[in-house]
Design a protein. Structure first.
Length: 263
C-alpha cells in the first residue's frame, strides 16, 4: 500500500519569550539561529516513497544558547539526511543523534559555553512502517481516530517535586558524562492516523484532553495546527510553541485505462 502524508508546521515565539529557542526540520527547511518563529505555516503533501522525516527541536531555555543548540540540531540533521542512505531506521536515528550531539558539544567547547542543549523528536515514514525517535521531553502523539496516545518516552528525572523535572537525556551531552540513548520505536501504517510532534510550549499550556478534542475534529491539518497554537497563546503562551501535525492518507490511484485502449 502506498501512502501520502499531509503535513503542517507552525512555530511561534509565544507571548512571553524574547527569544525563540525552538527549531524544526521539514523537507530541508528550518529556521535561522536568530528568528521570531515562522511568519506563515509550512504545509504540503509528500509521498512515503520519498522517506519523509519531520523533526522538532526545543533548545533548553534554562541553559545558555538554546536557540543555537536547536539551530545546530536542525542544520546537522539536514546534512545527515542528505548524506545517509536510509536502509536501517534504527541506525539512521542513532547516527543522527550522535552527530547532532557531537556538533553541539564542539560548538560549546569552542565558544567556552559550559552547558547547552536541545531536545529532539523525530518521525520517519518508511516503506512499510512508521518510525519515531525522541530524546528529551518533546512529545510525539498518535491519534488513531478515537484516542490520542503519547508514543514517545520523556527523559526526565522521576520523583522531582519542585518545578519542572530536569532532563536525564538531551542533545549536547559530552560523551565523557554519559552516552545518549534515544528512544526509538516503530508502528504500522493506518489511513487517517494523525501524528503530532511538538515542543512543551503546547503541552504546558493546553491540557491533554483538549489537544485530543481539537485533533479529533474533521479539520484539515493546517486548520487543526492553527487552532492548537491559538489555544496555547490564549492560555498564556509562556514558552515558544512548535507543532508538526501529519496525517496519513491513501495515495490516489489514477485511472490508466483511457477510452479506446485495449489490454
Amino acid at each position: 500500500m502506498k501512502y501520502r502524508i499531509n503535513y503542517c508546521v507552525l512555530c511561534h515565539q509565544g507571548n512571553v519569550r524574547t527569544v525563540n529557542q525552538d527549531n524544526f526540520w521539514c523537507n530541508s527547511r528550518y529556521l535561522d539561529s536568530v528568528n521570531n518563529g515562522l511568519p506563515e505555516p509550512i504545509c504540503g503533501t509528500i509521498l512515503t516513497q520519498q522517506f519523509p522525516v519531520f523533526a522538532v527541536f526545543d533548545g533548553m531555555g534554562g541553559e545558555e544558547k538554546g536557540e543555537i543548540a536547536s539551530y545546530i540540531a536542525s542544520e546537522t540533521f539536514n546534512k545527515q539526511y542528505s548524506a545517509l542512505n536510509i536502509q536501517n531506521e534504527n541506525d539512521f536515528f542513532t547516527t543522527v543523534c550522535k552527530e547532532i550531539n557531537t556538533a553541539i558539544c564542539d560548538y560549546a567547547t569552542e565558544n567556552h559555553i559550559k552547558v547547552m542543549g536541545t531536545t529532539g523528536a523525530f518521525i520517519l515514514f518508511g516503506k512499510d512502517d512508521v518510525f519515531i525517535c525522541n530524546i528529551g521531553d518533546s512529545p510525539i502523539f498518535r491519534f488513531d481516530g478515537e484516542e490520542l496516545t503519547q508514543i514517545s518516552t520523556d527523559h526526565i528525572q522521576t520523583n522531582f517535586v519542585n518545578g519542572k523535572p530536569p532532563l536525564t537525556q538531551f542533545l549536547g551531552v559530552p560523551e565523557s558524562d554519559f552516552i545518549i540513548q534515544p528512544y526509538i520505536a516503530k508502528g504500522n501504517y493506518a489511513t487517517g492516523d494523525k501524528y503530532l510532534l511538538c515542543s512543551d510550549g503546547l503541552t504546558d499550556m493546553v491540557e491533554f484532553d483538549e489537544i485530543e478534542k481539537i485533533i479529533s475534529s474533521s479539520q484539515t491539518v493546517e486548520e487543526t495546527a492553527k487552532i492548537l497554537v491559538e489555544r496555547a497563546l490564549e492560555n498564556g503562551g509562556k514558552d515558544n510553541i512548535t507543532i508538526i501535525l501529519c496525517e496519513i492518507c491513501k495515495e490516489k490511484l489514477f485511472n490508466v485505462f483511457k477510452k479506446g485502449n485495449k489490454l
